[in-house]
Design a protein around this ligand. Structure first.
Ligand code: URA
Length: 274
């Protein structure tokens, strides 16, 4: 009986603290302040006060596993070699789903590969799947995705005509910032998607997409809205525009005007008006 009470109290406390998933070794906190399917009100059961966890606390990057640099290089090399074998997006998706070299896969529910038209003129790149994307298995289908759809519609771009992907195909636990190693291991998958699609334009959503793909010294706030280039291969160079990530806009709606002006620049260039 004692044991039952303890389990209930423990679960109540997890729910109160915002835990929404129990599939991983470490608990994942719900980092959004709204839209949780659990009530965040304190349970009525009297128990020892739990440690205070801030609602918006995001778990920090895990302590580095003791992986030698040589082993890490091998994993990244392996990913690059694998990718070069894929001659279509379907083949690449299959390879990514079978790839076990990234620790993020262990805690993710799904591999979230890119989605959209293989003939797209514009390829959008986000950071990593969130909770909804991880559950459903497609990029930008949650709150951020809804905002992204509206942003595209505002410049008369149909989402179905684009290709949308992320730097990482697996959700970092609790939406924490991906480590440099995780980015380096997964980058070949992103680069191969770009090579297979050969878009005219890349729209980079947020700082992680920007720093992963281009060697720019400045932050996203200084780089957004400026035309850059990404060399896809000897024949093709894409025009690149970076802007703020939709999740940042959800937190800071006052930045919407800047993104709006970035999107207008993209629209103009796509229509050869700039
Ligand atoms: N944020 C991202 O960067 N990508 C998604 O797919 C969803 C949210």
């Amino acid at each position: 009986m004692d044991k039952q009470i303890n389990i209930k109290e423990t679960l109540d406390w997890y729910i109160w603290a915002g835990v929404v998933e129990t599939c991983a070794d470490e608990v994942c906190l719900n980092t959004s302040s709204e839209n949780t399917h659990f009530s965040l009100s304190q349970p009525t059961t009297a128990h020892t006060p739990a440690p205070v966890i801030e609602k918006n606390h995001i778990p920090s990057a895990p302590v580095r596993a003791n992986v030698s640099l040589a082993a890490f290089d091998n994993i990244a090399k392996n990913a690059r070699e694998l990718c070069s074998k894929a001659s279509s997006l379907e083949e690449l998706k299959d390879l990514v789903q079978k790839f076990d070299g990234c620790n993020l896969k262990k805690t993710a529910a799904n591999t979230v590969f890119g989605d959209g038209s293989s003939q797209a003129r514009v390829l959008l790149i986000g950071e990593a799947p969130g909770a909804d994307e991880d559950r459903i298995g497609s990029p930008f289908v949650g709150k951020c995705g809804k905002l992204l759809d509206k942003m595209l519609a505002a410049i008369n771009i149909n989402r179905a005509d684009c290709y949308i992907t992320n730097v990482l195909p697996w959700r970092p636990p609790g939406n924490r910032t991906p480590t440099d190693e995780e980015i380096a291991i997964c980058l070949p998958f992103l680069k191969r998607q770009i090579e297979l699609i050969k878009p005219d334009f890349l729209l980079l959503l947020g700082g992680i997409a920007l720093k992963s793909l281009l060697d720019v010294p400045d932050s996203i706030s200084r780089t957004r809205g400026k035309w850059l280039e990404y060399v896809i291969d000897e024949q093709k160079t894409a025009q690149v525009l970076a802007t703020y990530h939709p999740s940042y806009l959800l937190r800071s709606p006052s930045q919407k005007a800047k993104v709006w002006s970035d999107l207008l620049r993209l629209q103009k260039k796509m229509n050869n008006d700039e």
